[in-house]
Design a protein around this ligand. Structure first.
Ligand SMILES: Nc1ncnc2c1ncn2[C@@H]1O[C@H](COP(=O)(O)OP(=O)(O)OP(=O)(O)O)[C@@H](O)[C@H]1O
Ligand SMILES: [Mg+2]
Length: 473
């Protein structure tokens, strides 16, 4: 039992494993309560079906069920271990109290007691003993339900240092983790309402695929049929970073940066188990950072995926890998499109950009568009020497800080929106008209300049251009 403490759970993943059991037991409310004092504890209470005394005793046994047994669909369990391994990874004292049809049972594993007695002594608690436990009042509010209580939090103490100072802060990570892995349950996707509260504050779900964002582009649903079961794939291209609010960004940056967060999002019975990886099927490119694929797998295919006890690791079987590779390649392409130079637009109106980008297989360069009216106007200024303007432009092009831009975008910085004020546009319009009026009639001038950068993004551009022409006359 001491050895099983080192399976590698964190507080977040351990709590999530306990909540898996609550969901499987049909709970609609889960309440996590914790306090660092007087005696530190973490309690997880649900209003699920609860257990009979016999079932509770069995639940406390290691591998109380066979991991090869068929599981009901919607059962988030597999190994018959989670309750014990997740709990003792965090604490030395685990208590299970459960209520079903009016009968109350309580059992306890105390590692220190096991060491002392050198025997497998599962302690049974009396009803009076149960009533004194932290979290019991919360359980008592429900007709049926279960309380899992952790005390002697030695591992947690080792992880956070001082519990009084550290537990609160650590619970912020727990909240984030639960918001992510159970987001589909919290959104009511499995049919009934479901809530999780931490010290009475509700957790709201955080969808890393931003499926409700209107600029997210979902792709077509595909199915892979394996052993009579079906795996469902759906690609999503996330909106360009500029379009995301801070909250959306936080939801989308599950792995720190957008680039690291790309990849497959594997849901086992709607519970997110693995995310932000292409499983060595494809590398993570900067250009693929908006690409994600939702993969829904049923628990009946667990044996194919080499699922680990914490359900945090799994490897897709070769037969599925092939299809995953196809989908990954298709999805990375649309993600590139959102990122490619946004100057190329199609549609009725032709927009004239100040920069052109030239692609040459694996290399590219930016050039200032010599056809842009502002460039033409500059070149035709009487005082300036056409030759030196062109050398300045070439200098600007060559010194364009591509590496710096790349680094910044890689760190998910967005470009400061540099909208020109109406006054700036007015000044630019006047100077353009000043130098172009010999070559263009007023109407043609307004017509052609209105579709060029930076005028094309200002709704009042026509008015400004017309004013510039009139004022000048
Ligand atoms: N909150 C709960 N409400 C009702 N029954 C529970 C609850 N928690 C655990 N059980 C019962 O105890 C059993 C053992 O739970 P445990 O988490 O150890 O294993 P599991 O969920 O079957 O598999 P896994 O190791 O994959 O989590 C469960 O199968 C379930 O029958
Ligand atoms: Mg379980």
């Amino acid at each position: 039992m001491e050895s099983m403490r080192a399976v590698g759970y964190t507080l977040e993943t351990a709590v999530a494993d306990i909540i898996d059991n609550s969901i499987t037991a049909g709970a609609t409310e889960v309440s996590l309560l914790f306090s660092p004092q007087p005696e530190p504890y973490v309690a997880i209470v649900d209003n699920g079906t609860g257990m009979s005394s016999g079932a509770a005793q069995n639940a406390m046994r290691l591998a109380g069920s066979n991991s090869r047994d068929h599981r009901n669909s919607h059962d988030l369990g597999r190994f018959g271990l989670g309750l014990k391994t997740a709990s003792i990874s965090q604490c030395r004292d685990l208590v299970l109290v459960t209520k079903q049809d009016g009968s109350l049972s309580g059992y306890r594993w105390d590692l220190d007691y096991l060491v002392e007695t050198k025997s497998w002594s599962l302690l049974e608690l009396t009803e009076d003993e149960c009533r004194l436990l932290p979290g019991f009042d919360e359980l008592d509010k429900h007709q049926n339900g279960t309380l899992v209580l952790w005390r002697k939090l030695d591992q947690l103490e080792a992880a956070v240092g001082d519990l009084i100072a550290g537990l609160d802060a650590h619970m912020i990570d727990v909240r984030k983790h639960l918001a992510l892995v159970f987001h589909r349950f919290l959104a009511g996707e499995h049919g009934s309402k479901f809530s999780i509260a931490i010290n009475y504050r509700n957790v709201s779900g955080a969808d890393p695929l931003l499926q409700n964002h209107k600029a997210t582009l979902p792709g077509p649903i595909e199915r892979i049929d394996v052993e009579g079961e079906s795996i469902e794939l759906r690609p999503y291209t996330l909106p360009h970073l500029n379009k995301l609010s801070t909250a959306d960004r936080q939801r989308a940056q599950v792995e720190g940066s957008m680039r690291d967060s790309q990849g497959f999002y594997i849901y086992r019975e709607k519970r997110l188990v693995i995310w932000g990886t292409w499983f060595r099927i494809a590398p993570k490119h900067e250009l693929g950072k908006l690409a994600r694929v939702r993969v829904d797998v049923p628990n009946s295919l667990d044996h194919l995926w080499a699922l680990d006890i914490k359900k945090a690791q799994a490897v897709p079987p070769p037969s599925i890998q092939r299809r995953l590779r196809q989908v990954a390649n298709n999805i990375i392409a649309p993600s590139r499109k959102v990122h490619e130079y946004r100057g190329r637009r199609t549609g009725a109106q032709q927009h004239t950009r100040l920069w052109n980008v030239y692609d040459d297989r694996n290399s590219f360069r930016y050039e200032i568009n010599r056809e842009h009216p502002a460039v033409i106007a500059l070149g035709s200024q009487p005082a300036s020497d056409g030759q030196s303007v062109d050398s300045l432009l070439r200098l600007l092009e060559r010194s364009f800080p591509v590496d710096d831009v790349y680094n910044r975008m890689g760190q998910d910085q967005t470009q400061l929106d540099s909208k020109d004020s109406d006054l700036d546009l007015m000044l630019l319009a006047s100077s353009l008209w000043n130098s172009l009026q010999g070559t263009l009639a007023p109407e043609a001038f307004v017509q052609s300049i209105a579709g060029t950068e930076p005028f094309d993004s200002n709704p009042k551009s026509r008015q400004i251009l017309e004013e510039a022409v009139t004022n000048h006359d």
